[in-house]
Design a protein around this ligand. Sequence first.
Ligand code: SF4
Length: 213
Amino acid sequence: MISSLQHLVFCERQWALIFVERQWRDNVLTIEGKQLHERADSKEIENRPEVRIVRTLRLRSLELGLSGIADVIEFHRNGESGKDRWLPFPVEYKHGRERPDIADEVQLCAQALCLEEMLQTDVPRGAIFYGQPRRRMPVEFTPELRTTVKKLCERVRELIKSGVTPPPKYSKHCSNCSLVDECVPQIVEKRHAALYVEKLLIEIRRSMPGGLH
Ligand code: SF4
């Protein structure tokens, strides 16, 4: 799912808890996000002289193995090519503020890659609409951002194949995680550290003359 990539950018463990272990819990941030998306998901098509606006458009990329639904795709007449055509311009709605990571840009770029494959056209840029404060941020789909999206898709396949949920890395962003109670990062991290030390001690004992075998 295109929307799953933002969880992978935020935390690999959170991604695995949701998409491998099927755990999910709403918090204030996710409920606010759903409400904003419901407003964008009106399914209406709007025609203006220079822009056509399509809402809730299904997207897919066979090459990347991605699918999802775009909030809004604007089709701009002519774009920058000077030819008479409609250039797709994805717009993603987010309830909160701009994030410190690139999760939102990744999600938007994944939509652009799907559109390029589906429509056999170029999608050089899009925009993210943030609810707080209400404003639209332009996003360029640079080669680096495109490569990041492709690598994340590969990482998703690796994680699915392994079927293993990565251990937690406790940090300040855990306080914004809707799965903090399921993850219990500090407890699991300590348990992982204790198991690691235990394993190390066993290996040391085994390597000593007359040690364990
Ligand atoms: S609580 Fe922290 S480590 Fe656990 S899933 Fe959330 S962000 Fe990741």
